[in-house]
Design a protein around this ligand. Structure first.
Ligand code: HEM
Length: 169
């Protein structure tokens, strides 16, 4: 499996892009824009379920969620660009060796996967439809609050270990 992943993680064209004066900073800009959309919107939704700004019903927050998906896609595309283009900044370092040695990158991918499972639980437990009609002043069910708190903690964790990745290189 290792050689297969190692083969697909090294993109000479991405190294060429990331080796330009503007390549890496463009991906940093996209990564920040993505995390602002994703964590900003999901974070607001989670805080409402946890009982903040209770005067506002849940439905308006839901309308922003498609932009959180745009943010997620921006983070994944720019994040993959960082990893596959790593050779441009770290001469002779193969992205696969970073994937198997950088604890912060591993923890980050684990937190992102757990955030995905948590989102799945939000829909499979029926909590998604249960919070749909929460109006002004309404309290979310306890299970929805647990899912919201887990989501918030995992995305803050992604940001924290994301910041530490360069320290593990
Ligand atoms: C999906 C949500 C994601 C969020 C919220 C996120 C967040 C962050 C943050 C806050 C940083 C620190 C930026 C800095 O200060 O330089 C970062 C860096 C980084 N992220 Fe992500 N990230 C996400 C997805 C990904 C994915 C999917 C990958 C890889 C496949 C990835 C790879 C990286 C790398 C390699 C860095 C270090 C870049 C550098 O050297 O500055 N990220 N990320």
């Amino acid at each position: 499996m290792g050689p297969f992943i190692a083969y697909w993680l090294r993109w000479p064209s991405m190294e060429a892009l990331m080796g330009t004066d503007w390549g890496w900073s463009l991906c940093e800009i996209l990564h920040f824009a993505g995390l602002a959309l994703l964590v900003g919107i999901v974070g607001m939704f989670d805080l409402r379920l946890l009982g903040m700004v209770k005067a506002v019903p849940v439905a308006p927050f839901r309308r922003f969620l498609p932009w959180a998906v745009v943010g997620f896609v921006l983070c994944v595309v720019s994040g993959l660009s960082f990893v596959t283009g790593l050779g441009a900044n770290l001469e002779g370092v193969h992205p696969y060796s970073v994937l198997i040695s950088n604890l912060w990158l591993q923890l980050k991918l684990l937190f992102i996967a757990l955030a995905g499972l948590n989102l799945l639980a939000f829909y499979l437990t029926g909590m998604s439809s249960a919070v749909d009609n929460l109006g002004p002043g309404d309290e979310a069910p306890f299970a929805a609050k647990v899912i919201a708190a887990t989501s918030l903690s995992l995305w803050i964790g992604v940001i924290w270990v994301g910041r530490l990745i360069p320290w593990g290189l």
